[in-house]
Write a protein that binds this ligand. Structure first.
Ligand code: HEM
Length: 206
């Protein structure tokens, strides 16, 4: 449980943060949303998250492009079945390539680009809770991730708090290297380096 939770949530945060550093206009929009709904005189609270559609769209777009478990967890067919015309005998081990599903250009125009706006416009009705099979970073069905609500709360609160309280840039304002490591969890190859500068009054940090 601890293994399933800590790596997946921290790596999602790292990718979200990296994407924002490489897309300054999205970072600015998210900070404006936080400024409007939370203001500069109190920290972000869990109860704010439902009022931050752009921040939520950023998290969905991050989970689409960089699902923490790109091959989910192996499943086994309990009965003979047919999937997309392929006969799958009972007992077959099945791996789901979430990474590929999430970048299918028939569903996701300009699939490899970071466009959080799609979740507020063309893909507004699509959620990550296992009901929309084109976006299933937490899997779907009986064995889907039981930590989904915690993961979404922690990611929203951590990412939102960071960009609410700090202006963030990379050293030398260089683009973040987005190379991915091969593994069960979708890790970033190089460590993320960030310079932070306070952007709210001192008492918010206490
Ligand atoms: C962004 C964060 C997370 C992502 C993207 C994620 C993703 C996933 C995925 C794809 C699966 C496999 C589902 C399937 O095969 O259908 C899974 C399983 C699981 N996750 Fe997560 N997870 C995250 C965070 C967490 C957290 C915070 C916890 C616990 C507090 C957790 C606990 C588990 C457990 C116990 C399983 C195995 C469930 C089973 O086999 O019945 N995960 N997760």
């Amino acid at each position: 449980m601890i293994l399933a939770s800590s790596d997946t949530t921290s790596v999602t945060l790292i990718w979200a943060f990296s994407l924002l550093l490489n897309h300054k206009e999205a970072l600015k929009k998210a900070q404006q949303e936080l400024h409007f709904h939370v203001g500069q005189h109190r920290p972000l609270r869990e109860s704010d998250l439902k009022n931050l559609p752009y921040l939520n769209a950023i998290i969905k777009e991050t989970l689409r492009l960089y699902p923490a478990g790109p091959l989910a967890v192996p499943h086994e067919a309990m009965d003979d079945c047919i999937v997309s015309g392929y006969f799958i005998p009972k007992g077959t081990q099945l791996l789901l390539n979430l990474y590929k599903i999430h970048r299918d250009p028939r569903v996701w125009p300009i699939a490899s680009e970071f466009r959080p706006e799609r979740f507020l416009t063309t893909h507004k009705g699509i959620d990550v809770r296992g009901q929309n099979f084109e976006l299933i970073p937490f899997g779907s069905g009986r064995r889907m991730c039981p930590g989904i609500s915690l993961a979404l709360q922690v990611t929203g609160l951590a990412l939102g708090s960071l960009i609410h309280a700090f202006d963030v840039v990379t050293p030398g304002d260089e683009a973040v290297d987005m190379e991915e490591a091969i593994g069960l969890t979708n890790m970033k190859v190089s460590p993320l380096e960030v310079l932070v500068k306070p952007r709210v009054p001192e008492h918010i940090y206490q």
